[in-house]
Ligand binder design. Sequence first.
Ligand SMILES: Nc1nc2c(c(=O)[nH]1)N[C@H]1C(S)=C(S)[C@@H](COP(=O)(O)O)O[C@H]1N2
Ligand SMILES: [Mo]
Length: 430
Amino acid sequence: MTMTNDDAPIIPARTVGLDRRGFLAGAGLAGAALGAGSVVTAAPAGAQESKPSEAAKAAGPAEPAAFAYEGKDSGLTGLGDRPLVAETPAHLLDDDTTPIAKFFIRCNGQIPEPAADRDAWSLTIDGEVEAPLTLSLKELRERFTPRTFRMVLECGGNGRSSFQPPARGNQWTNGGAGCAEWTGIPLGEVLRAAKVKPSARYTAHHGADPHLSGDAKKESLSRGMPIAKAMDAHNLLVFAMNGEPLPNIHGGPLRLLVPGWPGSLSHKWLTRITLRDREHDGQGMTGHSYRLPERPLVPGSKGDGVPFRILESMPVRAVTTSPANGTRLPTGAHDLDLRGAAWGGDIPIARVEVSIDGGQTWTEATIAPLKNRYDWHRWTARIKLPSDGYYEVFARATDVHGRTQPTLATNWNPQGYGGNAQHRIAILVG
Ligand SMILES: Nc1nc2c(c(=O)[nH]1)N[C@H]1C(S)=C(S)[C@@H](COP(=O)(O)O)O[C@H]1N2
Ligand SMILES: [Mo]
């Protein structure tokens, strides 16, 4: 099946090789799903430029294999099997609320067997608390009042493929993110019920997914956050996603959802939260994991001797979700309607803009209000294309602190965090 190589390259688009034949290659296929115009091909994504063999490159844009996982859309892009990792191409982020079928997957370890009895799932809160708690999911739901928020969950490495030279890790374009309706019990209320001691400084999260090696002494992941962030009223102990029991692949029966910060804090298959009197040092907390250098590094260097700080709030990002990258429009179709999403960690978005001249001039998009804090902004824009021909449409978001997105990824770092170069899509008219 022909698919769009979604997501636009960060390093200059390989417009050489993206000729009319390229645009025509897949005509009709994805176009049917889109309704407007026909999706025909796409500028290769930065991620894909670094991977295919020279022969494959010469043959034109690669056709990624259909993704196969029960309940998941075959249009997701598989980034790895062991552990299972898949991202959502930008044109599949076009729903206001990301359906479960299209929601990205990021596992670090093995996927546990689905729980036979959801109600019996047990969560322990211990460590620096006066009154340690162990509650079943049933007890948790009876004792506390559930809340529902629509919130973005975004992998800390989202945008990594924009770095040159490539940074270590899954080569996410912009699709290591989604925005779902999460229903759960506010974490802060449960922590308060366990009576947090003044000595508590940091959380430590533990779950039931075995390490990839099968070694029971190792954890696949164990991250944590400062107590102040843990008490944010939007953090939920989630048992339902988009109104359905939380699917196993997304950490059901019970997961943590910590919006705004790297997705790795949103622990799946959650069994224990231990409060600690110091920064947690579990799997994913040490070395350069989820950390950014405190001064700019030479791209490709190791960062030896440079202090790193923990990545907290995620950067600002806009994606164009319609039309898809590589859409071909009929001759004379010069009114281009664009649709997308934008979000920015803890910091609200002030505006979204689009450009068809490489960022020389920008047109402001209309942004929809948020359902609640940590929701994403859906945005729309109509731009006038001056003539038939080839265009690249750039999108950028700016947050209320004035932080916006660079044209090319800046702040290179060994594990590739914070990559938020502007998303761009290729459009051919005529
Ligand atoms: N137990 C556990 N929780 C986990 C992970 C994991 O590997 N194990 N991956 C984390 C990472 S890195 C991300 S980005 C999110 C992804 O959540 P999703 O797979 O539901 O999209 O889950 C987080 N929670
Ligand atoms: Mo992640």
